[in-house]
Write a protein that binds this ligand. Sequence first.
Ligand code: ZN
Length: 177
Amino acid sequence: MAEKETMVSITPTQLQDILTAALKAANQPNALEAKHIAEEAERERRQQALAVELARVEEEARWRKQNSCSHSVNEKTGEPVAKGTGKWVTGGQMHGDDSCTLICQRCAQVFRFMPTREEREYIVNGQGLLGFAPPPLERLINREDFMQRPPASLAAKQSKTELTYDQLQARMAGARQ
Ligand SMILES: [Zn+2]
């Protein structure tokens, strides 16, 4: 058999071309593989989009939960009222290091803070932390538990919907000047 084979001579450049073409063909995914790769990429893209969407929904839910409760009730009826009106529906305790844990008895939001000297006096000599006003966010030891501002998605929605007709008119007038 071998003696019947024809010898061909090729140049180094031709050999290189042949090898390059062969390697390229070997590395190219076939149609089925290409389909799998495309499907995998699409699956990953969808998963990422879903993760982003989930994070957005969770942030919005967290913001709503944080702001849905006024921690305040009507003194007589016990019905929820606007924040800071009626009485605070809070309770808690002072710890050995004087730090205080205040909790809303309705939504279970926890506020941890160091009382001022006056507050300490009041807490120790008064009725403790029953009905105590939650201190502002910047005074809280656990302020990291709170969202400082609404999520961007919600803020965008709010600024769109909360603009009144008068505000819109004012803005348009301002833009024209
Ligand atoms: Zn509450």
